[in-house]
Design a binder for this molecule. Structure first.
Ligand code: RRO
Length: 330
């Protein structure tokens, strides 16, 4: 055998697998909850894509139609939405995921369906949903959404620090399956400190940052009108606009959380380079929202290839060669 002298690894030697809890996924890429995960048709399409894992639309106890349309708009560098939590109800998503897992098991395939998102309209609704899940055979991740910005009259729980602690105390008094939380973006380092201190009190599997930046406003100059209808046009901002806020939240929580609590990075991912940056900040998995909505599930193939090529050019063999290893200037 001659000594390897080429400056980068051949494709076969690069391993894109990602790890969270007891699972190994074929890559770190997922949809962000809310995008392409409303019903069986969309979830099955994601299952046919190169996504490494899939999360369902945030669910309430009862199905909801959500806010009046238009409630989503594509902007120059991202999106605005005020969907208002349209979903088919928690029973639908539990039944779908359990069936899909059985299906995969029969085919001796590793299932991608390992995340169910939950977003009760109140703390007590979240408790009701988690009590229901505790009583089912579902054993995988629940992503508790503490950051929906769009339900009229309901503040984002993640901005109420004492209410978040109280809810998590109640949850972990009975809930024993792997649980993550989806948080809104924070903009002050003191808030990172305070929220991380609270989260470190609980046996969380992961923290997912960020949800959309709540209550932005997009305007059509010609008609002098807001571009979406609910809440006089106020809605959550996603896409490139939010990437740097997302990276700061991933890094901010990665540095502050107990290492048993993993971080999922979400926000502004439209290329393999964006994924690489989320991973440098410490993300274990990376979710794609706005650009999945724009491009559809084929985006996962492109982004997986772009991430692979960046790793090849830098001589990285696995994600753990660089994950969490962001450098600072002295
Ligand atoms: O459905 C929505 O309006 C929505 C939710 Br639940 C969320 O968590 N984040 C978002 O941007 N929209």
């Amino acid at each position: 055998m001659t000594k390897e002298t080429t400056p980068h690894h051949s494709s076969e030697s690069i391993d894109l697998t990602a790890h969270l809890g007891r699972f190994t996924f074929s890559n770190c890429l997922m949809n962000a909850s809310g995008v392409y995960c409303f019903d069986a048709d969309e979830l099955n399409e994601l299952n046919q894509s190169k996504a490494g894992a899939i999360v369902t639309k945030s669910a309430t106890v009862e199905k909801r139609t959500g806010n009046p349309e238009p409630r989503y708009a594509t902007l120059t560098h991202g999106s605005i939405n005020s969907m208002g939590l349209p979903n088919l109800g928690i029973d639908y998503y539990i039944d779908f995921v359990l069936m899909a897992q059985l299906d995969d098991q029969a085919k001796e395939k590793d299932s991608k369906f390992r995340f169910i998102s939950v977003s009760g309209l109140s703390p007590s609704e979240n408790i009701d949903i988690l009590q229901k899940i505790q009583g089912t055979p579902y054993q995988d991740f629940v992503e508790l959404n503490l950051s929906c910005p769009n339900v009229i009259g309901e503040p984002q729980m993640g901005y109420n620090f004492s209410a978040t602690r109280r809810l998590l105390e109640q949850v972990f008094s009975f809930y024993t399956k792997p649980l993550g939380v989806k948080l809104p973006p924070y903009f002050d380092l003191v808030h990172f400190d305070q929220m991380a201190t609270i989260l470190n009190e609980f046996p969380l599997a992961y923290v997912n940052v960020i949800n959309s930046i709540g209550n932005g406003l997009a305007i059509d100059t010609e008609t002098e009108t807001a571009v979406i209808k609910p809440k006089n046009g106020f809605g959550g901002i996603g896409g490139d606009y939010v990437k740097h806020t997302a990276l700061a939240n991933v890094k901010g929580f990665y540095d502050r959380l107990d290492p048993t609590i993993k971080v999922i990075g979400t926000g502004g991912v439209e290329s393999g380079e964006d994924v690489f940056q989320h991973l440098l900040c410490g993300a274990s998995m990376v979710q794609i929202g706005t650009s999945l909505h724009e491009e559809g599930p084929e985006i996962f193939e492109r982004i997986e290839r772009e991430l692979h090529d960046i790793m090849a050019s830098k001589n990285y063999k696995t994600i753990d060669d660089f994950r969490g290893k962001l450098k600072s200037l002295m």
